[in-house]
Design a protein around this ligand. Structure first.
Ligand SMILES: Cc1cc2nc3c(=O)[nH]c(=O)nc-3n(C[C@H](O)[C@H](O)[C@H](O)COP(=O)(O)OP(=O)(O)OC[C@H]3O[C@@H](n4cnc5c(N)ncnc54)[C@H](O)[C@@H]3O)c2cc1C
Length: 564
């Protein structure tokens, strides 16, 4: 069903077993697990899919070595396993990421870490080589038999400086271990959602539909693009609104304080010298104030982050100039001979971690990154359905969290679990090979029947993995041409995204279906050319196309400091 068909079916059939509010990674993961098990589910988001916290991550599929010192062993063990599963199930988007920790002391932290673990030390403190060695041994142990990435290694000063010649010569050692890089989280989330919808004809996902109120047995939804409202009667509501969980419960007439949110910002820089200095390695280290920060390769750009600042209103966060200063300084600490300036920043982004409110924690770094479900039964509210609020979590552990939520929901609905997602490939990861010879064989095969050039297919393969065949088939149905302002995309490819990937607004295309904005590739011309193609698909007139382009340009400037 297309969007209009789904919306009109809500009018004729307002009964649904599960309504999921919020299509970040946790809402989408739960949607997939429930649809796989034959449940009729409606997933809604007031904005685009994966446009909240899930679009603001550091792009790491990681166990979170740092959480060991907070004593969060369960979380780290689960996240390491989930990291490995992500690398296996979505190899077209998630790959092993060599991660290097530069260290400036041998022994620091040896006494602090146990103190922090026991809750006797409030402030972050410098971690020396010995304590990091212990952490990495534990981290390796959690990978267990299912070794997807190599074990960690230590390099002495001389060896480290030979390998990374621009590194601060004050280092005493470096350690390199492996985590995962989610190169395009927004696409990964969308492909999980599309897989789920394809699997179950009673499961539907709608962006730009918000939950506005609820009472007794009904919940009111609003189409944010038209203002039209819909009354739904769910048996169960799953509140997956991330940082907006308490505000969402509030709309249902409930007062909750589940979330203790902190914001984190990142910048993306176009800096070939820094990019060459880090190579394929992420540098993950402790800044002078004790915060763990990162410098990470992202395609031909460098991603730098992040801050951890307590906030109250998740709608008003921006990456501030003070945060940018902080990022500039942290790069100078580790690569002092590399000069970085503000004009090399091509994109800023910020998001809010939906962490559980943590009374005991003294610093934001100590807020638990673990996840749990808060249940409000019908008896505790004046509503006839229970509400499960999904608090906390990490991108990395979304599958495990979703499984726990789905198990609870299936029990409530008295349905047995039939399938699980442990080894379920995702979207273009199905049949995808990381072996260059096998990739070449697949591309040669596609070139033989599609008539598309191997170079073009290679580009599509790097964007869509094994879905390239579907994209190529669609492109082939009509005449195609490269975009005037962006020749590595074609008109038919954009139309495919609009028609098959639920694009409703121009910023969906610029920020989430493609990485054009994040990688600093946009120009005014590209924005207008894409608005024109999208407008043709939507039946917009020239004024509507211009208004949409103006809205996207405003958003880019206001939220991401991208001024075109
Ligand atoms: C700065 C930062 C860095 C991070 N780095 C990492 C990392 O490297 N690795 C990692 O594993 N994790 C990381 N995380 C954590 C991870 O990104 C989040 O835990 C996860 O994305 C939370 O997803 P969610 O689905 O719960 O929330 P969200 O993604 O925020 O989804 C909630 C959705 O609910 C919608 N919504 C709100 N109100 C309503 C309503 N009334 N009606 C309909 N929809 C509504 C919102 O529009 C939003 O899309 C990071 C988080 C941040 C902020």
């Amino acid at each position: 069903m297309n969007r209009n068909e789904i919306l009109s079916s809500l009018k004729t059939n307002p009964e649904v077993s599960v309504l999921i509010i919020g299509a970040g990674i946790n809402g989408i993961g739960t949607f997939r697990d429930l649809t796989l098990n034959g449940v009729d589910v409606l997933l809604i988001d007031r904005g685009d899919f994966c446009s909240g916290a899930s679009a603001a991550s550091s792009h790491m599929a990681h166990g979170g070595i740092r959480y060991l010192e907070n004593g969060e062993f369960r979380l780290v063990r689960e996240a390491v396993r989930e990291r490995n599963r992500m690398i296996r199930n979505a190899p077209h988007i998630v790959g092993p990421l060599p991660t290097t920790i530069p260290m400036f002391k041998y022994f620091s932290g040896l006494f602090n870490a146990p103190l922090k673990f026991l809750g006797w030390l409030d402030k972050p403190s410098e971690r020396g080589s010995v304590i990091i060695k212990l952490g990495l041994m534990m981290y390796d142990a959690y990978t267990g038999k299912t070794r997807t990435v190599p074990r960690h290694q230590f390099q002495l000063r001389g060896e480290s400086l030979k390998r990374w010649s621009r590194l601060n010569p004050d280092i005493v050692t470096t350690a390199t271990y492996y985590d995962g890089l989610i190169s395009n989280p927004e696409r990964l989330a969308l492909e999980i959602l599309l897989d789920a919808e394809a699997d179950n004809s009673n499961a539907h996902a709608l962006n730009y539909v918000s939950m506005v109120s609820g009472e007794k047995d009904s919940v009111t939804l609003k189409n944010e693009l038209t203002g039209e409202t819909y009354e739904m009667h769910p048996k169960l509501v799953i509140n997956a609104a991330g940082p907006w969980i308490d505000l969402t419960n509030n709309k249902l007439g409930l007062s909750t304080r589940y979330i203790g949110a902190t914001k984190g910002s990142h910048i993306v820089v176009d800096h070939p010298e820094l990019r060459a200095a880090i190579g394929l390695n992420e540098f993950f280290f402790e800044n002078k104030d004790g915060r763990i920060v990162l410098i990470c390769p992202l395609y031909d750009r460098v991603l730098i982050g992040t801050s951890d600042i307590k906030i109250d209103n998740p709608d008003e966060v921006r990456c501030t100039d003070e945060e940018v200063d902080y990022f500039l300084k942290l790069v100078a600490n580790v690569f002092p001979s590399i000069k970085m300036t503000r004009d090399q920043i091509v994109f800023r982004f910020t998001g809010v971690r939906p962490l559980g409110s943590s009374g005991a924690a003294k610093t934001t770094g100590q807020y638990s990154r673990d996840h749990h479900i808060e249940v409000l039964s019908g008896e505790q509210t004046n509503l006839s359905f229970p509400i499960y609020s999904l608090v906390g979590g990490k991108w990395t552990s979304f599958r495990a969290f979703s499984e726990q939520v789905a198990d609870k929901a299936l029990t409530f609905l008295s349905k047995p679990r039939q399938k699980d997602t442990t080894n379920l490939p995702i979207g273009g990861g199905r049949g995808y090979s990381t072996d260059p010879d096998e990739q070449k064989r697949q591309i040669d095969g596609l070139a033989a029947w599609t008539g598309l050039s191997k170079e073009r297919l290679q580009i599509l393969y790097s964007r869509y993995g094994s879905r390239t065949e579907t994209v190529a088939r669609f492109i082939n149905l009509e005449a195609d041409a490269p975009l005037k302002s962006l020749p590595d995309y074609t008109r038919r490819e954009i139309i495919f995204l609009v028609q098959h990937e639920k694009v409703m607004r121009l910023d969906d295309l610029l920020l989430r279906r493609t990485m054009l904005a994040m990688l600093g590739r946009l120009t005014k011309e590209i924005t207008h050319e894409l608005a024109d193609i999208l407008g043709d698909c939507m039946g917009w007139n020239i004024e509507q196309k211009n208004a949409e382009a103006a809205y996207a340009l405003h958003l880019l400037s206001d939220r991401h400091e991208v001024r075109l």
